[in-house]
Ligand binder design. Structure first.
Ligand code: ZN
Ligand code: ZN
Length: 268
């Protein structure tokens, strides 16, 4: 039995003898089937062909990403708090080096994932570090490797360790969430936003799409809901899902400015 991993989105599936017939996440209109059709790999293959790299992004925040880039290419974020470490979002590759290094940093006490595109190998990480994975219940139908480590939560917010709060924004995915890290940005606060609030290449704006690869915008009501969900929180910096996608400062004004521009563009 093998837990196959979809090459296009990086999602690991429940163990089976043969590769699954299809990947529901890639068949969804927010994703796509790769140019060469549905392809599969395994964790063992990835461990032979890829490595993880670690970058200290600011005190208390370490990015973990895979090189060469794999699938959607996001990097995960290890947030270190006085009460332990939380892994925000996930990547497909977990190897012995990563386990050893992260254990030396104190391990992982909790995992929280923004939305199904970054579920990746979350169950492998949960088992390796004996950590629960917090996933919003509204997206439970996208979980392709069910496991006792998954903790489905409902409602608008969930407080985790060390002052961290997961905030449900909806939008790109109904159960989509972002993480508020009050100690981030030298105490000014940071938002770890996955692609629910997408940091765009100018790093001065964000965007809000139903599908990024297929360029399907979000309607005005949903955009307003995303903005309202993060409005009560203090933050100056926004970490998107990729290495270079970071709004360094003035994050709060950036979200408001970007939403106004977006709503004007779609006539909302
Ligand atoms: Zn897929
Ligand atoms: Zn996404």
């Amino acid at each position: 039995m093998t837990s196959w991993i979809c090459v296009t989105c990086g999602t690991q599936f429940a163990p089976s003898d043969r590769p699954p017939a299809e990947c529901p996440i890639c068949q969804d209109e927010r994703q796509y089937i790769g140019l060469h059709g549905q392809r599969w790999t395994t964790l063992e293959e990835l461990q032979r062909s890829h490595d993880n790299v670690f970058r200290l992004l600011e005190p208390g925040l370490i990015g973990i990403g895979t090189t060469p880039a794999f699938a959607i290419g996001q990097r995960a974020l290890l947030v270190r708090t006085a009460e332990g470490n939380l892994l925000w979002d996930c990547i497909s590759l977990l190897d012995r080096t990563t386990v050893e290094l992260v254990r030396a940093l104190g391990g992982i006490q909790a995992i929280a994932i923004s939305h199904p595109h970054f579920y990746a190998s979350m169950v492998e990480w949960a088992h390796a570090f004996d950590a629960p994975v917090h996933v919003h219940a509204a997206d439970s139908r996208w979980v392709l490797r069910p496991d006792a480590a998954l903790s489905f939560w409902e409602g608008d917010t969930r407080e985790l360790l060390g002052g961290l709060t997961v905030i449900r924004t909806g939008g790109h995915f109904e159960g989509g969430t972002v993480l508020h890290w009050p100690q981030g940005a030298d105490g000014a606060g940071a938002l770890l936003s996955g692609d629910l609030i997408m940091v765009v290449p100018d790093r001065r704006h964000v965007s809000f799409m139903y599908s990024y690869p297929n360029l399907i915008p979000l309607g005005p009501e949903r955009v307003r809901r995303v903005v309202a969900a993060v409005a009560p929180y203090r933050f100056d910096r926004i970490y998107g899902a990729w290495w270079e996608r970071v709004v360094e400062r003035d994050g709060k004004a950036c979200v408001e400015r970007s939403a106004a521009r977006y709503l004007a563009a779609i006539g909302g």
